[in-house]
Design a protein around this ligand. Sequence first.
Ligand code: CUA
Length: 264
Amino acid sequence: MYGRLPIVKMIAATLALTAAISAVMLSINWNGQEASTAAPKIDDLLNVMIVLSSFVFSLVMVMLGYALWKFKAKPGDESDGEPIHGNTRLEVAWTLIPTIIVLFGAGYSWKVLNDIEAPAKDPLIVDVFSQQYTWSFGYPEQGMAYVKGEFHVPVNRQIAFKMHSGDVIHSFWVPEWRIKKDNVPGITTTALVTPDKVGTYQLVCTELCGFGHAAMRAKVVVEPPQKFKEWVSGLKETIPPDWRATIKQDTETNPIEEIGAGGA
Ligand code: CUA
């Protein structure tokens, strides 16, 4: 038989390798600037997942390395390997450890999602209209004000973005906010974001939607409430009729027939 595995040494090696990999991985700023209340929660979640993944990777590498070194065939040994029938302790361990990790990850992610999707009392509604390959925006509570290619929002207030598409699936993504949401023809999807840093950002389409996908962007301005009010009341256009029809569409849980749209 194989004798006892040097369990303590293997655990120590696994933890050391986990620490080394995590130190490198966590030193990288994967997602860039944080500019919404959701961003730090999502980044923390990502960091925890990086450490857990490093642990699993390290555990496998240490066990693989040990097996390669310890059980290497001697030169000239042409005999078959020992027939082995199960190892209860090992099987319990390799079932239990991943189960605990996955359940922890599920619970933690659930909590984060619950936190960042908690609706505020008085969100500002902004309609997001997408079509190949432009973005436009409507403010239903501000006299149906309408603007193309750029939108402003006040800082430190929850924004309820209502997503609409006139043709194919597009996806709304402001990297500094971390939130992504698909714009799907025929239904209205919603993304809640509370921007917490004044600044200028970029809205990126993050669903391959055709030839001009890479250029489908819009300017995002987060500003103090007073400046936002001035900007929105200065808008001349109102939401075109086709897009207005999409506002009445139902949500993803209860879709209705697709309504043709397109401001162009
Ligand atoms: Cu719209 Cu990609």
